[in-house]
Design a protein around this ligand. Structure first.
Ligand code: F6R
Length: 259
């Protein structure tokens, strides 16, 4: 029995899975297939990666495929979506730390192929860092696949409500909902950075393929808005929905209100 339903093409590509494990495995295997396909033609696979709770099981499955099925990441070039600012790369709440803990230290990706916005960059060097980030992505031929989560306020990356489709990598102010959701990690609200460096909406939508993963009941309201509500910069995740190369990959709990 298949637990996977797809809406009519041209409306929104929605893949609804029975549970978080299946949704995460689907995403992990799409990534693995891309890596292998690129290996076969002697090319690199350029991945746009996300952090947070949502992709943890995706990375777990990719690590399992590396350990048990011999999946190599030697041809992978990665670009993370975002990083808090300011933050030290070794801080346990940095996205740099997260990525090494959950993925990079377990696989054979070349360290020089890993790109994460530098959270401890000097203030007067941030805008150059952002344009360099864009140039580096363009320099490797663009992102082949971008993995996204979605915030409860509809943000993708740290493109908070109000972000427009022409935005590129830049310093952003974090929205109160975003900072609130991060306070458990940081221990208190005043320790949560007020800014971040994030790829822009334009950076993201230029990826050849985008998988937006949403899991669990706490995402059901925003997924319903992103898929059925107004298409508006106030819900950045809604602006992706008519793009043919975007798939919303959702478990039953997050998708409860959608169909
Ligand atoms: C993380 C990112 C954010 C998260 C979003 C959901 O790199 O860009 O947009 O995807 O905040 O976070 P979780 O998955 O923790 O609910």
């Amino acid at each position: 029995m298949s637990h996977n339903f797809q809406r009519s093409p041209g409306v929104v590509n929605l893949r609804l899975w029975e549970n978080a494990e299946r949704a995460s495995n689907y995403v992990a295997h799409q990534i693995a297939e891309l890596i292998i396909a690129q290996q076969k033609i002697g090319e690199s696979a350029v991945l746009g990666l996300a952090t947070g709770n949502t992709p943890k099981a995706v990375y777990q499955e990719l690590v399992r495929l590396h350990r048990h099925d011999g999946l190599s990441f030697a041809n992978v070039v990665s670009f993370n979506l975002d990083e808090y600012y300011p933050i030290l790369p070794g801080d346990k709440n940095s996205y740099n730390y997260f990525m090494h803990e959950h993925l990079f230290k377990h696989i054979d990706i070349a360290p020089e192929n890993i790109h994460i916005p530098q959270g401890n960059c000097a203030t007067d060097a941030v805008s150059e860092l952002c344009s360099d980030y864009e140039a580096k992505i363009a320099g490797v031929g663009g992102l082949d696949l971008q993995l996204l989560g979605i915030g409860r306020n509809g943000h993708v990356g740290f493109n908070e409500p109000g972000s427009t489709l022409d935005s590129t990598t830049r310093l952003v102010e974090l929205h109160p909902v975003t900072r609130n959701d991060a306070q458990a990690d940081f221990g208190s609200l005043d320790r949560v950075p007020v800014q971040a460096i994030s790829m822009g909406m334009a950076t993201i939508i230029q990826a050849k393929r985008i998988l937006l993963l949403a899991l669990g009941e706490r995402k059901s309201e925003i997924i319903n808005k992103a898929i059925n509500g107004a298409i508006t910069p106030e819900v950045p995740g809604s602006m992706l929905r008519h793009l043919p190369h975007v798939e919303y990959v959702v478990d039953r709990e997050a998708g409860a209100g959608v169909l």
